[in-house]
Design a binder for this molecule. Structure first.
Ligand SMILES: [Zn+2]
Length: 472
């Protein structure tokens, strides 16, 4: 539930500069060794302004220095917004204190990088052009036939790399930071590529938020080049981490994928009970900002529950329900602030999302309601909602059942609507953590919370059958 420890706070503070640094046009990054005439100037500053590439020191980029495997993992990890929190890794030569340990472990988990058969990673080994081509192919999902030549062709065909003058790719040559930056920038943003029209905008998506900013790169620190309004259609070409590269009219750029949906109709639901449109659901991802919640194996409760909450929100956005969140970003909200908010928007159901921690061996899912009507008068409905969500989570996540319980928690006690608090699993337990860290299982958890809420309304006599299709 909480258990914030100093170590967690410390790692959080250290992680901030990755994306928290603002490089505005007025205060752009400036490396003394990358001047206006440097051949990789645009690409290096594009990556540096987004926090993806950093100098070897504050003042110098060291463009001619060779790239180590640890640095490559860090550049790619930042581009894909992988979890860079320094932590224990599965490699015997990458300790938890090493600067790149978080990105190396995340990239290994995603299959972007692999180690050697003796469980070593060789973090300080220098990267060849061929290895770089394979890393970028894996990171961006290019088909490459598991061969260096396939990866070289994948990059060449997209205008990301070109062969040497003698026609070879130079796969065995070591790569320097300037060239690695050029290839990575081209992979991220087609504006840098050597050819036109290397991406196809084939996937229709619709905007699921009032207004969505389109940016020049895959993070909030990149400048805005336009915006697109609710329910408008965009065409998506590919993803870089959580961000989609899209086209809207004549504008191309990045939008955050959490605000896109796959169907034209926000309500593609059919004959849904008209009373549903008056129902206000408040989603409450626990913790946030200065309060990380529990932590384990390099991930933090506040991040897990926010991501899961945003996914639940995205499902409800496709229905007539009115859905609100106590927080939709990494910010601190007090417990009373959460309750006050739910009351102020006239919430009809309140769902608080948490992850558990105890002693490393405790595991499983539990969902709480408050069982004394003198405080929250909705005991029966709270218990019903808790039961429906708990049952769906058990089926979806296949973790052990700790039950539906009375819990004396502020947000379910002080609220005056049906209110539940669900603990998705134990973040400090390896088995539960493996699911909590995974995008696949967070989607499964989000669907379960969504289905559970529909089950609750159905049990209360509302016609909601058509809304189950939304999550398919
Ligand atoms: Zn919690």
């Amino acid at each position: 539930m909480k258990k914030g420890v100093i170590l967690v706070l410390l790692s959080f503070v250290l992680a901030i500069p990755l994306f928290g640094v603002k490089h505005t046009a007025q205060a752009a990054t400036n490396f003394t060794d990358v001047g206006a005439s440097h051949r990789a100037m645009k690409e290096i500053y594009y990556l540096a302004d987004g926090g993806i590439a950093k100098g070897a020191s504050a003042a110098e980029f060291s463009p001619n220095k060779r790239v180590t495997r640890a640095e490559a993992a860090t550049f790619i990890g930042r581009a894909l917004q992988l979890d860079g929190t320094k932590r224990v890794t599965t490699f015997k030569d990458v300790g938890s204190g090493m600067f790149a340990s978080g990105y190396i472990q995340s990239a290994a988990e995603k299959g972007i990088l692999s180690g050697y058969s003796d469980k070593s990673f060789h973090p300080y080994q220098e990267v060849t052009r061929g290895e770089m081509a394979v890393m970028i192919s894996k990171a961006f999902g290019y088909a490459y036939d598991n061969k260096l030549s396939g990866a070289a062709n994948a990059l060449k065909s997209r205008g990301i790399a070109q062969g040497k003058l003698d026609g070879s790719f130079g796969a065995e040559e070591l790569i320097i930071r300037a060239d690695f930056s050029v290839f990575l920038a081209r992979a991220i943003n087609p504006d840098f590529r050597l050819k036109e029209n290397t991406v196809s905008f084939k996937d229709a998506r619709w905007i699921n938020v009032d207004s969505l900013n389109i940016r020049t790169g895959p993070s909030d620190v990149y400048p805005k080049v336009g915006a697109v309004k609710q329910d408008q259609q965009v065409l998506s070409a590919y993803k870089v981490g959580s961000w989609n590269y899209i086209k809207y009219g004549s504008i191309e750029g990045f939008v955050h994928g959490a605000y896109l949906r796959n169907t034209a109709e926000a309500n593609n639901a059919g004959n849904v009970d008209p009373r549903i449109a008056k129902e206000v659901i408040v989603l409450d991802p626990g913790h946030g900002g200065s309060d990380p919640g529990a932590a384990g194996y390099g991930i933090r409760e506040k991040d897990v529950v926010l991501d899961t909450g945003l996914k639940v929100n995205n499902l409800f956005k496709q229905t007539p329900f009115q859905v609100r969140m106590t927080r939709s970003t990494d910010k601190y909200v007090s417990l009373s602030g959460r309750v006050d908010y739910a009351k102020s928007v006239g919430a009809d159901a309140f769902i608080s999302i948490h992850a558990n921690a105890f002693n490393g061996s405790a595991n499983g899912i539990e969902t709480y309601f408050y069982n004394a009507a003198y405080s929250n008068p909705n005991v029966d409905d709270s218990k019903l909602l808790a039961t429906k969500i708990q049952n769906r989570l058990l089926t979806a996540l296949n973790l052990s059942n700790r039950g539906v319980k009375h819990g004396n928690f502020h947000v379910i006690r002080e609220n005056t609507m049906p209110a539940v608090l669900t603990e998705l699993g134990f973040i400090d337990n390896k088995g539960d953590n493996d699911k909590l860290r995974s995008d696949y299982w967070r989607n499964a958890a989000a669907k379960a919370i969504y289905y559970g809420t529909l089950d609750y309304y159905k049990a209360k006599g509302y016609e909601v059958d058509a809304l189950y299709d939304v999550a398919k």
